[in-house]
Design a protein around this ligand. Sequence first.
Ligand SMILES: Nc1ncnc2c1ncn2[C@@H]1O[C@H](COP(=O)(O)OP(=O)(O)OP(=O)(O)O)[C@@H](O)[C@H]1O
Length: 229
Amino acid sequence: MSFLTLEGVTASYGASQALFGIDLSVGEGEVVALMGRNGMGKSTTIKVICRLLKHSAGKVRFAGQDMSSLPAHKAARLGLGLVPEGRRCFTNLSVYENLYASARPGEWDFDKVHALFPRLGERSDQLAGSLSGGEQQMLAIGRALMTNPRLLILDEATEGLAPVVRQEIWASIATLKKTTGLSIIVVDKTISELRHVADKVVILERGETVWRGTIDGLSTDIKDQYLGV
Ligand SMILES: Nc1ncnc2c1ncn2[C@@H]1O[C@H](COP(=O)(O)OP(=O)(O)OP(=O)(O)O)[C@@H](O)[C@H]1O
């Protein structure tokens, strides 16, 4: 059964319409890759899911609830954990303080985050602003996990990172898939890495869902047409 469902979702920034019909579903424990070229509506879709932007038409349901009238903080409490594009760690807080700033009760705690990202555990007193880009990305993922979400959303989590660090982030996503029942949405362009973790792919083009299927079903034509690879 779908845990998150978007049906015919449209949304605008003021007078400028960005989403024209998004259809997307995520089952419990499923990893879904949200793909598409730059500016096609992936981050806007994430904002609608997290209620940071209201949709104007269509349906958004999460964990059995209609999300239409829910403010962002209530949506978060239902179990949405967002790792936003650009990480947005609290630079003047320590690693430990970042992790506990928005933590909610549940199985995730500092020790579990330390086990997933040993580098973070070793730097618990360091200010987030002095971490490397990769460490800040790990911290952003750790912070989202500390909210004990049921759906984790990773928006461009490997963007701009060195290959070795990207590998660490992909390994952590694979570990989460293997060892937790978390549902995950991954916004990323790296087909070779998504192949190891994604159960399903959804492609957006100009604010519409244009293709849904498995990663192995991505033909050369589809990749050429919608992903430019
Ligand atoms: N705050 C905003 N105000 C107005 N228009 C916006 C705003 N944010 C995004 N848009 C527009 O909405 C459309 C979809 O943008 P969005 O950021 O969702 O795309 P994306 O697929 O996430 O792109 P990228 O891969 O570059 O992050 C684009 O035309 C973009 O210019």
